[in-house]
Ligand binder design. Sequence first.
Ligand code: PMP
Length: 360
Amino acid sequence: MERNYNFCAGPSTLPESVLKQAQAELLNWQGLGASVMEVSHRSKEFEAVVRNCENKMRSLLNIPENYKVLFLQGGGFGQFTMIPMNILGNKTQIDAIETGVWSGKALKAMAHHANINLVASTKETKFTTLPDLNALNFSKDSAFVHYCDNETINGVEFRAPLTECETPVVADMSSNILSRAFDVSKFGLIYAGAQKNIGPSGVTLVIVREDLLGQADPKTSDVFNYEVQAKNMSMINTPPTFSLYMIDLVLTWLQGQGGVEAIEKINAEKAAMLYGLIDDSDFYHNPVAIDARSRMNIPFTIANPELDPIFLAKAKEQGLINLEGHRSVGGMRASIYNAMPLEGVRALCEFMSDFEKQYG
Ligand code: PMP
């Protein structure tokens, strides 16, 4: 069976060459006569995997020396709680920016730990616009400001990071990390669930500035304690070994593509192609303000929603899968992360043009 073009929002498509390599070495990894899933996480072979993941991440994102790179469990969702547990310190307030479903869930979870100072919300525009980050007023009393750089469900993405802020900036980059270049040194903490641009699910990347460590709530378990995990190569307990192995392969693949700057150009081209088709048509519609549009997650609707199931079924027949929108918003959504090739987006655009000719 041929592989489909998979537009799932996450877990999402992985580079085919990575899957083939994993397949080839599944039964006998590194001559050990066992798969990577069956050996100790304390073996020298596996420790090298974790070191490779960190080193490759550091070089791909230009991560400065004074940041720790952690590979934790609990997903992006787990960070909504782990972040205040670790870096609230003696403060009792968090600045929050609400731009969609995920930043909304984050502030709700963080509200169990601190008062939320809602600095901006785009709820009134149904999360189809973004505030100007650098024009907002932040509170000096807050431990940090939290925002989501790319809202996976709503399809909005900030063009540039928040830089004019005295309190540490904490960003959820679950669905756009490694898709474009940015300056890590502007952030206090960056986190991302792996299952979009990093690898399979099961791992959460946390990049945290060292000076924010050492103030965890004393009741915090070592498993959730950034400082303890940093001192233990993120292996205070058994990590998701297969996922980490896959991440190592994905990062090697990304380096082979020319790194983040090179993939950023392809990502821009893919997004321009799909938005171009949607904007040139009266049949398809994307509700997001042009300057707030995500290059990773592109939601769209059809003029007549009764056509949605037909669209999805016909797309599937053409090998274009997982295009249904999130259950909370309906319509369609194409997630076009790093591992979605340009040809996949071209195939989707051709299908959408043909569908419009037939049903429009
Ligand atoms: N933040 C964003 C932006 C997400 O897209 C997601 C999941 N899709 C999450 C957080 C939650 O991540 P997880 O499912 O890994 O807990």
